[in-house]
Design a protein around this ligand. Sequence first.
Ligand code: AMP
Length: 280
Amino acid sequence: MQIITKITHLQHVLEAFKKQKKTIGFVPTMGALHNGHISLIEASKKECDVTVCSIFVNPTQFNDKKDLERYPKTPEKDSLLLKNADCDVLFMPEVAEMYPEPDTRTFDFGTIDKILDGMFRPGHFNGVAQIVSKLFYAVEPHKAFFGSKDFQQVLVVKNLVKQLNLPIEIIACPILRENDGLAMSSRNMLLTSEERIAAKIIPEIMLGVTKQKNNGLSVSEIIKNTNLLLSKNSLYKLDYFVLANAITFEEITDWNQATNYVALIACFVGKIRLIDNVEF
Ligand code: AMP
């Protein structure tokens, strides 16, 4: 596995593969890798000849400075994991390489980037669009692999490639979970042992949606039950829990409003904000 830090070097290396008509798969990450990230590398390896992974903690997508400061960094472990997963190229640029000048671009994705995480994390998706577009220009992959865990991010990135006419196929991969159902996340390692146990409630809530629906509960009853459940422990602070049409992403208030639903949650457990979603 080649480890590269400069865009010009990366482009030079990838040019040689492209000349050999090899397809390039790309997995952008912020590091502190876990098996969820590795599942994206595996998906890329299945579909493409060459797999590039990037590790870059993008400052412009953090609306909360403290969140950026405490974001975990485990570069040695990450490169070992990627090497063992047979990743071909690891791109690890410094901030100055990706932002030689401040990025002043403002993107607009309609409602997608203004609701839920877009509302609770102002500027977050603009930062995502800035870095993902820069990485796409640097790598020019044929396919890029993203986790469905970041449901809204996938919608933003799909819209981004359309807006910019980039010939890149965006592939959404399934969420990988821990044994107790908690979605794998780099932020999980920041939880104290008490918070880690408490975090189990998030997948339980997600599983509970189908159960409650099958028992005849309405959308508003399920939302009320979830709020009540989380209010019983002061470790939790709910940003949102909604049910939405999985195709249009419009929030639903009645089961008749969709045939494919997605339940989405963002909840603090202590100081750590966790997100999850389930499509059903
Ligand atoms: P991050 O490093 O958190 O920016 O994530 C990099 C990529 O990995 C994003 O496309 C995420 O959606 C994806 N990802 C994160 N956690 C998981 C997971 N548990 N299962 C599958 N993909 C994931």
